[in-house]
Design a protein around this ligand. Sequence first.
Ligand code: SAH
Length: 257
Amino acid sequence: MSEENKSIHEFDFKLICEYYSSIERQGPGSPEVTVKALSFIDNLKKESIIADIGCGTGGQTMVLANHTSGHITGIDLFADFIAIFNANSRKKNLHDRVEGVVGSMDNLAFQKEELDLIWSEGAIYNIGFERGINEWYKFLRTGGFIAVSEASWFTEKRPVEIDRFWKDAYPEIDTISHKVYQMQKAGYIPIATFVLPENCWIEHFYVPQVSAQENFLKKYAGNETAEELVRNQRHEAELYYKFKEYYGYVFYIGKKV
Ligand code: SAH
């Protein structure tokens, strides 16, 4: 990559981070859903070690922290998100047991069987669900849990417009039963799955983006990257409103045996 291209790329990257930093969550979810997923997990104690992979700015991590007493490491590829994460953790006085570090989910620095719980909301798609649950398995102790949310089809068939969109965005999107099968094949007991309610997409994700988009377009008027980013986000939201009975996010909770 030439120096010029590299700096353009870095500028785009900064813009994308800035856009997502202005909203509390970088993917669909809600505090209620985080607490519900946690309700299927037992045996957590003060000594427990938890990883939140692809934590973003830590919206769900702080909820997790308020309902557990162990040590939580949040990992995200983007340093800007981790800076906000650590500022949030300090503000909430959780910094002695909730710590954000920059890292990649395909190269985690944990020891074998070190973790009691692996958490990941709306992020495992970055390396793919099947690869993620298989590669992360070794970091969990026997009896430990994994809880991830993932885009899934609700039905066997769906309109071609939404099928095409997702096959292009994330070809690994699949039915709930298929994802449960993959989890069992990877060595976990499938403990629970549940569909995230629509408010996780609407009130907690797309609605906060409306004013964020207006501010962003004002600040970066005429900037191609900013305009394209907003266009894509608006398109994605429109598709959700139109086709939400066919797909959504699903929480998958498994236990290592
Ligand atoms: N869990 C958060 C963020 C979800 S968005 C929430 O639910 O609000 C997906 C996150 O994955 C982003 O923060 C993105 O920076 C992060 N990410 C993307 N690729 C990654 C990788 N290879 N390793 C770690 N994090 C990654």
